[in-house]
Design a protein around this ligand. Structure first.
Ligand code: OFO
Length: 201
């Protein structure tokens, strides 16, 4: 039987091996910047929904206020999931200022129309991130982003369903009261956002 001969091209010296490991773990600067911008966008989303929650609460809609408060917490989870991913990939987290948000909406329908319009923008940002990860051959980030791509489908669907319901209800006070009662039942379920390293300590 002939001896197994390894091609020299397949044998890495130590330096090549170390740099191979580094590039495997570390994300490049372009992806790191895009994810840091996305952390800011997720926190801005949280801010937007917190403002809507406060506005609903002040106007006597505890159910809508609860729904938005759950949304606020979920957006914080989205930001934390990205933040922990940057750490896991040996990157640097950069937290930028969160811009001011609107403080009052004319009606529940207006608030949910703004919610859908905002989620459409976020979907575009996530898709763009995936495009960058594809161009940069970062397969780990492409895989990581799959969760967000699926989540955006749900986010847009939820907002659209509430817009449809509010259009049906129109000016009917009893209808609004019943929908408010229904939305009071929404419960926040925390997302597992920690990295395996963070979870192990
Ligand atoms: Fe993070 O999904 Fe809404 O914005």
């Amino acid at each position: 039987m002939p001896d197994l001969v390894l091609s020299e091209e397949l044998i890495m010296n130590n330096n090549q091996y170390e740099s191979f490991i580094k590039t495997t773990i570390m994300m490049n600067a372009k992806i790191q910047d895009a994810i840091n911008a996305q952390i800011n966008a997720e926190l801005w989303s949280a801010y937007l929904y917190l403002s809507m929650s406060a506005d609903f609460a002040a106007k006597g809609y505890p159910g809508f206020a609860n729904w938005m408060l759950v949304q606020f917490k979920e957006e914080q989870d989205h930001a934390m999931k990205f933040l922990n991913y940057v750490i896991q990939r040996d990157g640097v987290v950069e937290l930028k200022p969160i811009e001011k948000v609107q403080k009052s909406w004319k009606s529940a329908l207006d608030a949910y129309k703004d919610t859908l319009a905002h989620e459409n923008i976020v979907t575009g940002l996530i898709n763009n991130l995936f495009k960058i990860a594809t161009e940069e051959n970062d397969f780990a980030t492409q895989s990581f982003l799959k969760w967000y791509i699926d989540e955006q489908v749900e986010e847009e669907e939820n907002a659209q369903n509430l817009i449809d319901a509010l259009k049906l209800i129109g000016d009917n006070g009893y209808g609004l009261y019943m929908l408010d009662k229904e939305l009071a039942a929404r419960v926040y379920v925390p997302l597992a956002t920690t990295t395996s390293t963070a979870a192990a300590v």
